[in-house]
Every structure is written in structure tokens, then in C-alpha cells.
Design a protein. Structure first.
Length: 135
């Protein structure tokens, strides 16, 4: 049996967002593991005090989760539903101005928000489901 490793990087500026996730949506199932194909991305809509969406990206046995919001303008990252990746599939790309973010840590490597990070969201894999992580 193979398990997915979940990679979460924390940034102190993201405390309030992560706290809001925990306070309002604890134990929420986001999707099944197989709903995010290897090498692909998926948009997940969350509800609570404020509605927002997440970007999930799967690379081999690792799933990364970020708030669907560009650090430059706050606009959604995706081109259309579930489409967050650059044409070659190696980076998350902002649809508004083309900024490129590393999948593994959300760091912007090109664009107007250079060296800023996407907001990571704590997740875990449990019984074949990707869930918000209770910290």
C-alpha cells in the first residue's frame, strides 16, 4: 500500500489564514486522492465565514495545497477550473500576469511578486482522502 506524503511549509504571515481554516472548517474532506491526478492540479472550494478556493497540486506521492490567491493582487491563480499549472506543468502560474511559483514551496521565481510565497494550507491524507489538517 502506497501513501501520499503531504508537504506543508509554514510562513508566519499566514497564521491568521491557517487559523481561520482550522476555526471554520476543521476536519473537512477536500477530495479523494485519486481526484488529483499525478502531475495535475485541482481547485477546491471551501466555505465558512468567508468563501475561498484552494489549489491542490500532486507530484508523484506529494500533494501541495495553497490558497488560490496571487500574493501580488489577490486575484485567483487559475486559468479555468482546475488549471493552475504552466504549459509544461512544472510551475504554478498566475493567470492574470504570468507569475511563476515553485510547486514544492510556493515561492515566486518570476513576475511582479518575485520572492513572495503563495499561502500554504495544512492538509493531510487519511483513508484515501485529502483533508484539512487539524493542528
Amino acid at each position: 500500500m502506497e501513501f501520499l506524503k503531504v508537504s506543508i511549509k509554514k510562513h508566519s504571515s499566514e497564521h491568521s489564514f491557517q487559523q481561520s481554516c482550522r476555526d471554520n472548517i476543521e476536519e473537512q474532506v477536500l477530495c479523494r486522492i485519486e481526484d488529483v491526478a499525478d502531475g495535475d492540479s485541482k481547485e477546491i472550494e471551501l466555505s465558512g465565514d468567508g468563501n475561498f478556493t484552494l489549489c491542490l497540486v500532486r507530484r508523484n506521492t506529494v500533494v501541495h495545497a495553497y490558497r488560490n490567491s496571487c500574493p501580488h493582487t489577490g486575484s485567483p491563480l487559475n486559468w479555468t477550473k482546475d488549471k493552475f499549472l504552466s504549459l509544461n506543468g512544472t510551475m504554478i502560474q498566475c493567470a492574470l500576469h504570468g507569475a511563476l511559483f515553485r510547486i514544492e514551496d510556493g515561492l515566486c521565481t518570476w513576475g511582479p511578486c518575485l520572492n513572495k510565497n503563495l499561502s500554504p494550507v495544512p492538509i493531510e491524507i487519511r483513508n484515501g482522502y485529502i483533508m484539512l489538517k487539524n493542528e
